[in-house]
Every structure is written in structure tokens, then in C-alpha cells.
Design a binder for this molecule. Structure first.
Ligand SMILES: C[S@@+](CC[C@H](N)C(=O)[O-])C[C@H]1O[C@@H](n2cnc3c(N)ncnc32)[C@H](O)[C@@H]1O
Length: 341
């Protein structure tokens, strides 16, 4: 039986009210409701008791998770779906921090300024606090930690796809530029035992990166260096990975950081720009909502943008780099391999 289409005003109202979606996922993650469900089917009263909240409110939130296909409900109680299981803190490839991040008051106050951002071209951190994004993020240490952990969660997943898609075997040294806590390198280092790595990012990532690299068992082959990629990038590595960094910046800033990478590169070094490539024209494919959502997020939060392959090629060329090839990965991201020209 097919579900009848909703009438246009109802469809529109559903979209207008969709704030509840990220907040329901946020609330569930913050209260650790997915952790209380675990791999079992449980009565809502038991879940409520475990998370220390009233039965009525927890039951209603669980019903919201059912509508979002994160949980199912049967006579025996509620259970997580395979998608909902990613909200558990202890799930492999957990996305719990990502859900916590998107419901935080700072993120919500920023999205409340989208119309102003579209009107003025300014970012929410500029409009709200008159500062750059990463300074604004650093002002809230708890939020910064959740942001870095979220990036770590997302990047660990794509790192395996990148290690699979690109042949690093001839390389010996790699710098992850703007590498955050270093989530990209462990899978690549494990797949390439003769490779050593350096994670390069702002000082606030130092402690998290050191802990993460130790936990991943690669601290003997990978260290963290603090620095500003608009000033300098560590020199003379075989490869420079720049993942989910260029999309944070406008063309002028992106050109500047790519130029710093070019200065650091030897004639035979390679730069791997790792980003989602936006389609020239939208076709209605399911994944496009992620791309346009991320593009608005970049406009609002950082002043950056999601770009097409042609736009990345032009940007790299303007920084003195030529695209050698574009390697798709099994996930959503592509590897744009560039060399000095
Ligand atoms: C969107 S995150 C991407 C992190 C990582 N590459 C990943 O994909 O998980 C952007 C990173 O750029 C770093 N960053 C921002 N400004 C920087 C600067 N001026 N110098 C060095 N790193 C910077 C941030 O701290 C953050 O870790």
C-alpha cells in the first residue's frame, strides 16, 4: 500500500516545523536514551527510570524517534533501528556527538541568523559576536570539544574509505592540514606501515589529538603540531591532506591556505584535497539535501561554501597547483590530487 501524498500546505507545514527533528535527536543523545535501549527491546518506563526522567516525556520522545526511523515500537517496547544505533555512545562509528552538537544553544542561536547571513553575506559568529568562527568556537570549550569529537566521529568513518581508494604505499611522510584531533590518519597509517604522519591544527586541538593518537595506537608514528595554516604549513612532506577544510573558507582565504601548502611542498609532493564535490545542477538525488544543507551551514557558520569540481580546480590553479586526477571514494567524498605547477 502506498502512502498518499500530503496536501501541499501540510507538506509545507511539516517542513516549517522540522526544528523538532534535530532537537529530538539531540535530546535523545544528551539523555543517553539510545544507550539505555542498547541492543534490547525495552519498556519506556524502564528507559525513563534508567535516564532519570519522567515516564510520560521519555515515552513521547521515544515515539518521536519511531517517526524518525531511529527506533521501532512493538508490544514488547521500544528498540533502536540500525540507524538509531549510531546514536549510542559505544556504537562503532557512533554519531552521538554530532547529534549533541546540532542541538546546542550556540548552534541554534546561529541558525536564527540565517536570513541576516543571506542578506549581508556575514557569518553568524560575525553577526553575533563580531569574531571569526574558530575564535567563536574556542570561546565555548565544552562546545569546541563536542565539535572536535563530532569531526572525529565523521572523519574516522571516511578515513577507511580514503585509505581504500588512494594508494599511499610509495609515500613516507604525510601532513594532515587542519587535521583536528587526527581522525583521518590512523586508518591510513595502519594500511601503510612505512608511513609517518603529522597532524597540524590550532593549539586547542593538541590535547584531544594526543589522546586520540595514543588511543588509536599510532602515537609512535604520528604527532601533533600546533600552528596557523594561514601563516605556515610544515615543510617537505610527501603528501598534504586537506580534508573538510577548504569548504570552511571563502575563495580568498582558501587560496591563501592552499598557497601556504604549496610553499611547504617539494616539487614532487602531492596535495590531496578531500571534499564532497557539489553537482553542477541538482538532480533530486537523496544525498543532495546533505550537500545543500552543508552549503548553508558553511555560509552561516564559516563564510565558506560547498564547491563543484570545476570550482575546486580553479581555486587550486589560482594557488599555483594543478589537478592531476580526481579519485572517487566508496563514500560521499572525492580526493582531488594536485601538484605544484
Ligand atoms: C571542519 S574541521 C575539519 C577537521 C578535519 N580535517 C576533519 O576532516 O575531521 C576544520 C579544522 O580546521 C582547523 N583550523 C581552523 N583554522 C585554522 C588555522 N588558522 N590553522 C590551523 N587549523 C585551523 C580547525 O581547528 C578544525 O580542526
Amino acid at each position: 500500500m502506498t502512502t498518499p501524498e500530503l496536501p501541499p500546505p501540510v507538506k509545507l507545514s511539516r517542513l516549517i516545523m522540522s526544528v523538532w527533528v534535530s532537537q529530538a535527536l539531540h535530546a535523545a543523545a544528551v539523555l543517553k536514551i539510545p544507550d539505555a535501549l542498547g541492543t534490547a527491546t525495552r519498556a519506556s518506563a524502564d528507559v525513563a527510570r534508567d535516564v532519570g526522567a519522567p515516564h510520560d516525556t521519555v515515552h513521547r520522545l521515544l515515539r518521536a524517534l519511531v517517526v524518525l526511523e531511529a527506533a521501532t515500537e512493538t508490544d514488547a517496547g521500544f528498540a533502536l533501528t540500525p540507524m538509531g544505533a549510531y546514536l549510542r555512545a559505544d556504537a562503532p562509528d557512533s554519531m552521538r556527538n554530532w547529534a549533541v552538537l546540532w542541538g546546542r544553544p550556540s548552534i541554534w542561536s546561529a541558525w536564527g541568523r540565517l536570513a541576516d547571513s543571506v542578506r549581508t553575506g556575514e557569518t553568524a559568529p560575525q553577526l553575533i559576536a563580531g569574531m571569526g568562527t574558530f575564535e567563536w568556537v574556542a570561546q565555548d570549550p565544552e562546545g569546541a570539544d563536542i565539535f572536535n569529537r563530532s569531526m572525529q566521529e565523521l572523519t574516522v568513518r571516511v578515513s577507511r574509505a580514503i585509505a581504500q581508494a588512494y594508494d599511499f604505499s610509495a609515500l613516507r611522510t604525510v601532513v594532515d592540514v587542519g587535521g583536528g584531533h587526527g581522525a583521518l590518519l590512523p586508518a591510513i597509517l595502519r594500511a601503510n606501515p612505512r608511513l609517518t604522519g603529522l597532524v597540524y591544527d590550532l593549539p586547542q586541538c593538541a590535547a584531544g589529538a594526543a589522546a586520540f593518537l595514543r588511543e588509536q595506537g599510532v602515537a609512535d608514528r604520528c604527532r601533533f603540531e600546533a600552528g596557523d595554516f594561514f601563516e605556515r604549513v610544515p615543510a617537505a612532506a610527501d603528501a598534504y591532506l586537506v580534508k573538510s577544510v577548504v569548504h570552511d573558507w571563502d575563495d580568498a582565504k582558501s587560496r591563501a591556505l592552499l598557497a601556504r601548502c604549496r610553499e611547504a611542498m617539494r616539487a614532487d609532493s602531492v596535495l590531496l584535497l578531500i571534499e564532497i564535490l557539489a553537482p553542477e545542477r541538482l538532480t533530486g538525488a537523496a544525498f543532495e539535501s546533505m550537500i545543500v544543507g552543508s552549503d548553508l551551514n558553511m555560509m552561516l557558520m564559516t563564510g565558506g561554501k560547498e564547491r563543484t569540481e570545476a570550482q575546486y580546480r580553479a581555486l587550486l590553479e589560482s594557488a599555483g597547483l594543478a589537478v592531476a586526477r580526481v579519485v572517487p571514494t566508496p563514500g560521499a567524498m572525492s580526493i582531488v590530487e594536485a601538484r605544484r605547477n
